[in-house]
Design a protein around this ligand. Structure first.
Ligand code: AMP
Ligand code: ZN
Length: 122
C-alpha cells in the first residue's frame, strides 16, 4: 500500500473521488463505514489532512488527535453504541505500521461495536 498522498486511498475517499458510505464529515474529518466490517458497527474516522501513521504525529498534532477521539466518542453516541452502562460500549483501534497491522497508510481510527464474535480485531 502506497504511503504517497497522491495515490492515497483515504485521501481519495475524503475528496469524494472514491465512493464511501459516509456517516459524518466536517472541515477536518470524515467518517465512513469500513468496506469489510469486522463488527456490526465498524466505522473509520480519518482527518482530511494526509498523515500516514500515528508515528508521524508530534506535539503539533495533539489538538487534531484530541478532536479525532472526541469525534469517535460523539459518533459512538450517534450510532447508538456509546458506553451507557451495563454491557454497552465500543472499541477504538489505531493500527500503526506493518507491526501494528496497518493496511492503509492514512491515519484512521476504527470504531467497532456490536455483538461478539467480531471477525477480526479491526
Ligand atoms: P488498517 O488495517 O488499520 O489500515 O485498516 C484499513 C481498513 O480500511 C480495513 O479495515 C479495510 O477493510 C478498510 N478499507 C479498505 N478500503 C476501503 C474502502 N474503499 N472503503 C472503506 N474501508 C476500506
Ligand atoms: Zn491520505
Amino acid at each position: 500500500m502506497s504511503h504517497d498522498r497522491s495515490t492515497c486511498l483515504f485521501c481519495k475517499i475524503a475528496d469524494g473521488e472514491i465512493p464511501s458510505s459516509r456517516v459524518y464529515e466536517d472541515d477536518e474529518f470524515v467518517a465512513f463505514r469500513d468496506i469489510r466490517p469486522a463488527a456490526q458497527t465498524h466505522v473509520l474516522v480519518i482527518p482530511r489532512r494526509h498523515i500516514s501513521t500515528l508515528s508521524d504525529c508530534g506535539e503539533n498534532d495533539a489538538p487534531l488527535l484530541g478532536r479525532m477521539f472526541v469525534l469517535v466518542a460523539r459518533l459512538a453516541k450517534e450510532l447508538g453504541v456509546a458506553y451507557t452502562g451495563g454491557e454497552s460500549g465500543f472499541r477504538t483501534v489505531v493500527n500503526t505500521g506493518p507491526g501494528g497491522g496497518q493496511e492503509v497508510y492514512h491515519l484512521h481510527a476504527h470504531l467497532l461495536a456490536g455483538p461478539r464474535p467480531w471477525l477480526r480485531m479491526g
